[in-house]
Design a protein around this ligand. Structure first.
Ligand code: R5P
Length: 284
C-alpha cells in the first residue's frame, strides 16, 4: 500500500504511513500561472493499492483532491482509498432554505466516482462513529473525541465536560466517560453564519476546570459565547478542544477568550497537539 498526501495533509499523511511502515508516495503539486492546480505523479502506482490523505478546507484543496484521485486511477492504481480528515462542505447537508445546493452530497458523489472507499473524521453530518449511507453512498466516519479526551484527562485536575450544542452531544458524552467526569450541554441558537446565542442555563461549573469539546471551530462564535457563560458561572478555567480547527477568522480571538485551546491535525495548525494518525492508520 502506498500513502500519498495532498498539500493540506503533508505531515499527517507521513505520520500515517510511517507508523504502519507503508511506502510514502511522491507527487509534484504546483500551480499554473493562472492559479490552476498542476499535479504530476512521481511514484509509480501501477497495480498498487493507494491511499490519498487530503482535507478539503477551501475550494483549491477540493479540486486538488479530485484531480489527484483521477490521476492515481489513470496511472493504473489497483485501488484508491481516499481519507478526507476534514470533510469540507459537510455543513450544507440539507436544504436549510428552498433551492439550496446539497453541497455535502455533491462532494461525496464526486469522491465516490473517483475512489474505492471514503473515510473521514468527525464528519459534521454523521454524528457518530461507523459506516453510514448518505444519499445511498457509503462513508466511514472515525471519532477523534476519545483522543481529545485522553489529552485533557492528563491536563485537568477538576474537569467537567460541556458540549456546546446538540451537534457534538453524543461525541462529547462518550468523551466524558473516558475522562471520568460530569457532563452537561448547552443549547445554541445560530442567528447568522457568524453570530450565535447560547441560552443561559445553570451549570455545576463553580471551581471546576470546564472543558468544551466540539467537532469544529469555524468563526469561534460558539466557543466565545460558551466560554463567557462558563466563566460567569464561576468556572476556574475554560479549556477547549476541537477536532477541526477551521478558524475562518483566525484562532487569536478564540485563544484570548479561553485558558487553553488545542485541535487535532485534521487541519494542520500550530495548536494541533493531538494527531489523528493512529486513528486513521488503524482503520486502513
Ligand atoms: C455546530 O454544529 C458545530 O458543532 C460547531 O459548534 C460550529 O460549527 C462552530 O462554528 P463557529 O465556530 O462558527 O461558531
Amino acid at each position: 500500500m502506498i500513502v500519498f498526501s495532498g498539500s493540506s495533509c503533508a505531515s499527517l499523511g507521513r505520520r500515517i504511513a510511517e507508523g504502519k511502515g507503508l511506502r510514502i508516495g511522491e507527487a509534484k503539486i504546483d500551480r499554473f500561472p493562472d492559479g490552476e492546480t498542476y499535479l504530476r505523479l512521481v511514484s509509480s502506482v501501477a497495480g498498487e493499492e493507494c491511499v490519498l490523505v487530503q482535507s478539503t478546507l477551501g475550494n483549491d484543496s477540493l479540486v486538488e483532491l479530485l484531480l489527484f484521485l483521477d490521476m492515481l486511477r489513470d496511472q493504473g492504481a489497483a485501488k484508491v482509498h481516499v481519507v478526507v480528515p476534514y470533510f469540507g462542505y459537510a455543513r450544507q447537508d440539507k436544504n436549510f432554505n428552498s433551492g439550496e445546493a446539497l453541497s455535502a452530497k455533491t462532494v461525496l458523489k464526486l469522491l465516490c466516482q473517483l475512489s474505492d472507499s471514503i473515510t473521514t473524521v468527525n464528519c459534521h453530518f454523521l454524528g457518530r462513529e461507523g459506516v453510514f449511507k448518505f444519499h445511498d453512498m457509503d462513508i466511514k466516519n472515525l471519532d477523534a473525541f476519545p483522543l481529545l479526551a485522553k489529552y485533557f484527562k492528563a491536563e485537568l485536575k477538576k474537569p467537567i465536560l460541556i458540549a456546546p450544542d446538540k451537534g457534538s452531544l453524543e461525541y462529547a458524552k462518550n468523551a466524558s466517560e473516558i475522562i471520568g467526569c460530569d457532563f452537561d450541554f448547552l443549547q445554541k441558537k445560530r442567528l447568522s453564519g457568524e453570530k450565535v446565542e447560547i441560552q443561559t442555563k445553570e451549570l455545576s461549573v463553580k471551581g471546576k476546570d470546564a472543558l468544551i469539546l466540539d467537532d469544529m471551530i469555524s468563526t469561534g462564535g460558539t466557543i466565545i459565547e460558551a466560554a463567557k457563560l462558563l466563566k460567569s458561572q464561576g468556572a476556574s478555567s475554560v479549556s477547549v478542544g476541537c477536532v477541526h480547527g477551521v478558524f475562518s477568522q483566525g484562532a487569536e480571538k478564540v485563544i484570548s477568550a479561553v485558558d487553553r485551546l488545542i485541535c487535532t491535525d485534521t487541519i494542520e495548525r500550530d495548536i494541533s497537539k493531538v494527531s489523528v494518525a493512529q486513528l486513521i492508520r488503524k482503520s486502513l
